[in-house]
Design a protein around this ligand. Structure first.
Ligand code: NAD
Length: 263
């Protein structure tokens, strides 16, 4: 299947590693021109070099902390001038800290809101003038399974991810007239650097091997394993492609069946 992504102009945030980097790599494999951003330029440049080495397609970098509105504005402006516009925006950020209601003071709630919800608002707001000029515009928000089913000890994520889905769905209605599709993916436990770090910590705590810790993390996933970043990225890229051109307003779990809801 031709995804029709050759020459598509794509911005992926929080993409120095993990789901963001895997998504950027898959876009590049499909012939898209990609800008990746995250806070640390050096790490970002290493990631870009590794993608370019594999695909031979141009990958640009721009440092940006997505919690800083001024940096987001600069990111969008520079992206549009580096690659001549924006067709596809993938909003991603690091996850908010783990904990329950008694763990956090109000300032942590505020910074988590900035990181998880307002970063997406700001990225979309500043990208819109460029997306409106595209003939194949798509926005994808990367959220979490916690949007549909609360995850133990993740109250910030459980509260804020559904808000991002609300934003995504509302925008899919509002921006349809501009021919901009807006969707979200809810990743389940996926084998990124972050999950490897968590598995290592868990292994140490419980006197387990890392393999044992990882398979304990897969408890509750009907497929009996955690996902790979490539499995996530394949779906992300398809949803944003012209091959997925009638997918709009969808919040799709890529979770091996972890979410227990019927609909
Ligand atoms: P990761 O920690 O491996 O990578 C996160 C990326 O975000 C890194 O590139 C980091 O530099 C960047 N980043 C963090 N804060 C940033 C900021 N303020 N501005 C710009 N960049 C920033 O995480 P991941 O596993 O790839 O997860 C990506 C997102 O998906 C996170 O929000 C995470 O909570 C969510 N998620 C992941 C999983 C999973 O199992 N991997 C499951 C559900 C949800």
């Amino acid at each position: 299947m031709d995804l029709g992504l050759k020459g598509a102009r794509v911005l992926v945030t929080a993409a120095s590693r993990g789901l963001g980097a895997a998504t950027a790599r898959q876009f590049s494999r499909e012939g898209a021109i990609v800008v990746i951003s995250s806070r640390n330029l050096e790490t970002l440049q290493d990631t870009a070099a590794s993608i370019v080495e594999e695909t031979g397609n141009a990958v640009f970098t721009q440092a940006c902390d997505v919690t800083d509105e001024t940096q987001v504005q600069r990111l969008i402006k520079n992206t549009a001038s580096m690659i001549g516009g924006i067709d596809i925006l993938v909003t991603n950020a690091g996850g908010p800290p783990a904990g329950n209601f008694k763990t956090f003071d109000i300032d942590v709630w505020q910074s988590a809101t900035q990181l998880t919800l307002l970063s997406a608002v700001s990225l979309i707001k500043h990208s819109l003038p460029h997306l409106k000029q595209s003939t194949r515009a798509a926005i994808l928000t990367i959220t979490s399974i916690s949007a549909k089913q609360p995850v133990d000890n993740l109250i910030l994520s459980n509260t804020l991810r559904p808000a991002v889905i609300g934003l995504t769905k509302s925008l899919s209605l509002e921006l349809g007239a501009d021919n901009i599709r807006v969707n979200s993916i809810l990743p389940g436990i996926t084998d990124t650097e972050r999950i490897q770090e968590l598995a290592e910590a868990r292994a140490q705590l419980n006197n387990q091997t890392i393999d044992e810790a990882q398979s304990a993390m897969a408890d509750g996933i009907p497929l009996g394993r955690i996902g790979s970043p490539e499995e996530f990225a394949n779906v992300a890229v398809m949803m944003c492609s012209t091959a997925g051109g009638f997918i709009n307003g969808v919040a799709l779990p890529v979770d091996g069946g972890w979410i227990r809801a019927t609909l």
